[in-house]
Design a protein around this ligand. Structure first.
Ligand code: BES
Ligand code: ZN
Ligand code: ZN
Length: 497
């Protein structure tokens, strides 16, 4: 999609036009007759959110009425969600180029509708024989968006598309080595991003027992990819983003039954998300230091596959009893989390992983199941930005009682809980062990990374959910650092008194 910022006069515009109407301030420049407006006012007394389509042959006017009195995040989300209905109308009307008139609305509201249209317009077309409808050009009133803002947002959206494309690709076309190569090629073209790809030999010399065990049943080699972007001050410790990169999850020897295996190409969504966040941060020169650590392999029951009862020695020396080979994600993540904690002195480690079916059962497809250890403040901030961008998270407890559920009689830990209850929490507890004292946040994105059915501005398939969240979190780091500095200054002056 192309974006143009230009002056748009709704009354004079010759072409398809979307008119946003939040309240009466938009009435100064309405491209409607008084009678038409009366009908709309009448409708707004019942319900404020609706779309009316006017034939202005040869063009169309789409009048989008919304409730600007709702809290900003809800109002913006509603606008994003309207995009799907609008795109269906545009497709029926064969709209190629669309102008957006924003008279009387806020820049954030305009951005929300543009974001919704952009995110809803993506589809996975690579293997699809027929031509699919896409909007070609969006012309937006230049009074409401700044060119730099729109450019930055566009770069972020592009990263979301790349993430979706990787997650949508079947494993036949994207195995661990192919994904690593792709990431390294992108990093090579991107100023300030260093990419290190570790192959099987290097992973062996690091003694990453979790990643190596999961890889044993595969014909494809594993990879461990580290992407480093240093946009912040030289002395600031980085934020480490760990992503689950199971290129395909058959379950291994505990093979997934019935149709549970379908869509498991998406089990590397965590890795795709974290890589995309680092690339977006670099694209837009965010003043932060951030490292993505991405362990990658598929999980298969090939001839030397790891088995239940195996006892693994992990990167940090912890021993783990394998109880179920389908709880593989935590094994590869554990090595990467411990590697991050030991080698980067991170201010916080955040992981994203399609980790448990239990997370989907607990909160369905409407958000992220999150947990934290020693990371109260970053978690509060993450929840806050999550509500703002509407990629929301709900915090699960990390009570010490759960520790007993992952104790083993033969090793330090077992790789799944001893009872079927609280499967999302026992997985988070397992991972938190490997972060040790480092502040740690776990994001279980199993419910949101891949949608079986379309959901609002997400079509069926990969969503890229979490990228806007983590990007917004990184954007806030500048502020967090300033606040930390002023807190230190205050402490110094009060201690002098
Ligand atoms: N990749 C799956 C989790 C998953 C399920 C993601 C559904 C997306 C949608 C994970 O590796 C898995 O198989 N987890 C098991 C853990 C169990 C064996 C303790 C699960 O959730 O059933
Ligand atoms: Zn699994
Ligand atoms: Zn998995």
């Amino acid at each position: 999609m192309n974006y143009i910022l230009e002056k748009i006069s709704p009354k004079l515009h010759e072409g398809d036009l979307l008119f946003l109407y939040g309240d009466e301030t938009a009435e100064r420049n309405l491209p409607l007759s008084r009678k038409e407006m009366d009908i709309i006012r009448e409708r707004r007394t019942e319900k404020k959110d609706f779309i009316v389509r006017f034939d202005r042959l040869p063009y169309h006017l789409y009048f989008l009425s919304f409730d600007s009195e709702k809290a900003a995040p809800e109002c913006q989300e509603m606008l994003r969600r309207r995009a799907t209905d609008l795109l269906a109308m545009f497709e029926a009307d064969k709209v190629g180029d669309l102008a957006v008139s924003a008279e009387g609305t806020l820049p954030e509201e305009v951005m929300a509708i543009v974001e919704g249209l952009t995110l809803a317009d993506y589809s996975f077309d690579r293997y699809y024989g027929k031509e699919r409808y896409h909007l070609k050009t969006l012309a937006i009133d230049q009074l409401y968006l700044k060119a730099e803002e729109l450019d930055a947002a566009q770069r972020l959206w592009n990263r979301i598309f790349w993430c979706r494309e990787w997650v949508n690709l079947p494993v036949q076309d994207l195995n661990a080595s192919a994904f690593a190569e792709e990431l390294s090629a992108i990093a090579a073209d991107l100023e300030g991003v260093k990419c290190t790809v570790m192959d099987k030999k290097q992973i062996e010399s690091l003694r990453m027992g979790g990643l190596l065990a999961v890889n044993r049943g595969s014909v494809d080699e594993p990879r461990f990819v580290v992407l480093e972007y240093n946009g912040g001050s030289k002395t600031a410790s980085p934020i480490c983003l760990v992503g689950k990169g199971i290129m395909y999850d058959t379950g291994g020897l505990n093979i997934k039954p019935d149709d549970y295996m379908q869509e498991m190409k998406s089990d590397m969504a965590g890795a795709a998300t974290m890589a995309s966040v680092v690339f977006a941060a670099a694209d837009n020169h965010l003043p932060v230091n951030v490292v993505a650590l991405l362990p990658m392999t598929d999980n298969r029951p090939g001839f030397n596959a790891y088995a239940a009862d195996d006892i693994l020695t992990m990167y940090d020396g912890t021993t783990v009893e394998v109880v179920n080979t389908d709880a593989e994600g935590r094994l590869i993540l554990a090595d990467a989390i411990a590697y991050a904690a030991r080698n980067y002195n991170p201010q916080v480690i955040i992981d994203a992983a399609t980790l448990t079916g239990a997370a989907v059962r607990a909160i369905s497809t409407f958000g992220i199941a999150a947990m934290q250890q020693h990371a109260d403040n970053p978690m509060t901030l993450l929840k806050l930005v999550g509500n703002q961008v509407y990629e929301r998270l709900v915090e699960f407890p990390m009570w010490s009682e759960y520790d007993d559920l992952i104790k083993s009689d033969y090793a330090d830990l077992r790789n799944c809980g001893s009872t079927p209850q609280a499967g999302t929490i026992t997985a988070g507890k397992f991972l938190a062990h490997f972060a040790d004292k480092t502040p740690y946040i776990h994001l279980d994105i199993a419910g949101v990374a891949y949608f079986t059915k379309a959901q609002h501005y997400y079509r069926a398939g990969a969503s890229g959910y979490g990228i806007r969240l983590l990007y917004a979190f990184l954007q806030m780091q500048d502020m967090v650092e300033q606040e930390n500095k002023s807190a230190v200054r205050k402490r110094r002056t009060t201690s002098k008194k």
